[in-house]
Design a protein around this ligand. Structure first.
Ligand code: UDX
Length: 435
């Protein structure tokens, strides 16, 4: 099939590349000329494992093109996919400015019966609104299909090629069947729904996962107080198929470009009809509390953080990404600097992005060694492989005091127990103190 994708962000680019990989002829469009130039040279503007290889492969095979011209991209396309950003507006709602602009820009190039797919995360009812907006500028009918995306940063390609399910929501059966046929080579279960249900599935899924994380984090806080081990508890819970083991990893809260924004947007949708979605409010409140957990623990341990050297290991919201959006490190850095700590952070890829968000309130090191040297305590913020594999005796030797607050429970307790002198404070598990 000939497919056009509008927007070359995470979702649009991964989608375009994967659709070309399964044999379609894809043209990706973006208004950002620099990005399109880069892509035309086979360079991916985002860091995503496996993406660049597939990009070159499919460009060389003549199945993948990039352009800033909508008329070129849309000409002859059987399916037009919109994958532009829907960031958070000041009131928590999803900001649909880019989407509405995209729809207006597309309208002149559409024809009777064009199939327009919205992949961007949009509140329930948006497909209907966009249909009206486009049809107000054309004098013919188009067909909308809601096709939300569930890929994660860091595993976008495999999440797309080996998705758990594909959701296709449309009021037009033929359009839904056409989009289903586009995905056929993936051999992934497809669920056909109304557009509104499809829109809701995306928010309901992300909010549920965020809630699952906040739930296990609250259980972790209980475990810690009563001497239980949250990892054993999560394992025991997760083996119940009704609960499932995924997203039960306790830590210092969820971040990133989706969960925080989507939970707030769903809350906003609920508030529009006067519904108090208490569960979501608590999900957010627990996450806010959790983000500062390590600082609270350090204050409890030291009494006063003034002048103490704290090494933060990891800045990105999760490993394998340089994304700093809603990263717990931001709140931690802010709290540490307010309390007068001398903070020095290390991250293998996110430092430059972190500097833009956190600024000069903390220092940045270009190696783990530099960050931990002479530190009074280490905060583990992101579970990077290099942090997990750290040589513990060597690290403890270089620190002023051998004190570790592990916000991701990523160090091996077995290794900790072999240390001569250490204070190890994980999340939701008993501390290990060897003096
Ligand atoms: C998420 C959704 O998983 C994906 O389906 C959606 O399309 C976009 O948002 P992403 O933000 O890339 O993907 O990351 P994900 O791996 O889901 O992690 C989100 C956050 O939750 C991270 O900060 C992570 O550290 C945290 N997390 C995740 C936990 O704290 N515990 C867990 O058990 C899982």
């Amino acid at each position: 099939m000939k497919i056009a994708v509008l927007g070359t962000g995470y979702v649009g680019l991964s989608t375009g590349v994967c659709l070309s990989e399964i044999g379609h002829h894809v043209t990706c469009m973006d208004i950002n000329e620099q990005k399109i130039q880069q892509l035309n040279q086979g360079i991916s503007p985002i860091y995503e494992p496996g993406l660049e290889e597939l990009l070159s492969l499919n460009m060389n095979a003549g199945r993948l093109n990039f352009t800033t011209s909508l008329s070129t991209g849309i000409a002859g396309a059987e399916i037009i996919i919109i994958a532009v950003g829907t960031p958070q507006a000041d009131n928590g709602a999803a900001d649909l400015t880019y989407l509405e602009q995209a729809a207006e820009d597309l309208a002149p190039y559409l024809v009777q019966g064009s199939i327009v797919v919205i992949k961007s995360t949009v509140p329930v009812g948006t497909n209907d609104r966009i249909k009206k907006l486009i049809e107000s500028q054309t004098n013919f009918e188009i067909h909308m299909v809601s096709n939300p995306e569930f890929l994660r940063q860091g595993s976008a390609i495999s999440d797309t090629l080996k998705a758990d399910r594909i959701i296709i929501g449309s009021e037009n059966k033929d359009a839904a069947e056409k989009v289903k046929a586009m995905y056929l080579p993936l051999n992934v279960p497809v669920i056909l729904t109304s557009t509104k249900s499809a829109e809701m599935i995306k928010y309901a899924s992300n909010a549920f996962l965020a809630m699952k994380i906040s739930y296990i984090n609250e259980i972790a806080n209980l475990c810690e107080a009563f001497g239980a081990d949250v990892e054993d508890v999560a394992k025991g819970m997760g083996m119940d198929k009704r609960i499932g083991e995924a997203f039960l990893k306790a830590g210092i809260g969820y971040g990133g470009s989706c969960f925080p924004k989507d939970v707030k947007a769903l809350l906003h949708t609920a508030s529009q009809i006067g519904l108090n979605f208490w569960l979501l409010k608590e999900t957010i409140a627990i996450n806010e509390f959790q983000r500062e957990l390590l600082v609270k623990k350090a204050v409890k341990r030291f009494g006063d953080l003034q002048g103490l050297k704290i090494a933060m290991l990891g800045l990105a919201f999760k490993p394998e990404t340089d994304d700093m959006r809603e990263a717990p490190s931001i709140k931690l850095a802010e709290a540490l600097s307010k309390l007068g700590a001398d903070t020095i952070a290390y991250d293998p890829v996110a430092t430059e992005n972190a500097k833009k968000v956190i600024g000069e309130t903390i220092k940045y090191a270009n190696s783990i060694d530099k960050a931990i040297s002479d530190a009074d305590a280490v905060f583990i913020v992101t579970e990077w492989e290099t942090v997990k594999q750290i040589n513990l005796p060597d690290m403890l030797h270089k620190m002023k005091q051998p004190i570790i607050f592990d916000g991701r429970n990523c160090l091996s307790e077995e290794n900790i127990k072999t240390c001569k002198k250490v204070e190890y404070y994980p999340v939701g598990k008993p501390a290990i103190i060897i003096v």
